[in-house]
Design a protein around this ligand. Structure first.
Ligand SMILES: C[S@@+](CC[C@H](N)C(=O)[O-])C[C@H]1O[C@@H](n2cnc3c(N)ncnc32)[C@H](O)[C@@H]1O
Length: 240
């Protein structure tokens, strides 16, 4: 079951407004171009911002996400007809061959269960052409991002396009490393209060590296995310 933040229509509808500037994704567009990729699989595409940026540059994109409400937002965006949208997870991809697979926005952390993580890596491997690349980002547990997941540090008011403002904040609900659970709360202009509970897995560098190696990838590099120095591990791997 996808988390409400991605799959409850009123929350998916405001996701992009709350995320704001997504220039973090431009770096991944450059990476796709540098790798010479023509066909890209964007796994965990959410509301489709990255998939649409790639399609704008003429790349052939398959964008996959289990959250139907996020995909509905994506399908309604300008240029959406240039992307192949698939509801599901990587296992839904049996007839796809791509040069590059991406998991931006910490999608990898949302795949909490080790069996699901292994089957995701297997399915991506199958979808990649021999030598094709996998680029994924995941929060570095050493930065302890959850320390800011409290009301004081995260509270904000965001203007909505249709008028009014939504109040939002996040609170840690359980810290049981490598699992971190938290609750988002939103208060809409009409007073309606919605919440969404999530759990993420914080894998360390060795754990990600070992799981990639075990599934037939060679790790070429692990970099910083330029917009979040010291906070993210960006893995560059390719299918052997
Ligand atoms: C934080 S959002 C990131 C969305 C998008 N990649 C971005 O950068 O804006 C995480 C996404 O991962 C998706 N997700 C959760 N579990 C998944 C799985 N097993 N396979 C693929 N996507 C998954 C969620 O539905 C959600 O859309």
């Amino acid at each position: 079951m996808p988390d409400a933040i991605f799959d409850h229509p009123p929350l998916a509808a405001i996701y992009d407004t709350l995320e704001g500037d997504r220039s973090d994704l431009d770096r991944y567009v450059t990476i796709a171009e540098e790798l010479g990729a023509h066909r890209v699989l964007d796994l965990g595409c959410g509301t489709g911002t990255f998939a649409l940026k790639l399609a704008d540059r003429g790349l052939e994109v398959t964008a996959v996400d289990p959250a139907g409400a996020s995909l509905d937002v994506a399908r309604g965006r300008h240029g959406a007809d240039r992307v192949r949208w698939v509801q599901g997870d990587a296992r839904a991809l049996t007839q796809v061959e791509v040069d590059l697979a991406t998991m931006t926005g910490n999608v990898a952390q949302a795949i909490v269960d080790p069996t699901d993580w292994n089957s995701t890596l297997r399915a991506i491997h199958h979808a990649l052409r021999p030598g094709g690349s996998l680029v994924l980002e995941t929060r570095d547990p050493r930065a302890e991002a959850w320390r800011d997941w409290n009301r004081d540090a995260s509270w904000r008011m965001t203007e909505l396009a249709g008028g009014g403002a939504v109040e939002s904040w996040v609170e840690l609900t359980e810290l049981h490393l490598p699992l971190v659970s938290f609750r988002w709360t939103w208060v809409f202009p009409d007073g309606q209060l919605l919440t969404s509970d999530s759990t993420l897995r914080f894998r360390n560098r060795k754990e990600v590296h070992d799981s990639l190696t075990a599934h037939g990838y060679l790790v070429d590099d692990v970099r910083d995310a330029p917009d979040r120095p010291g906070r993210e591990l960006v893995f560059f791997a390719h299918r052997l």
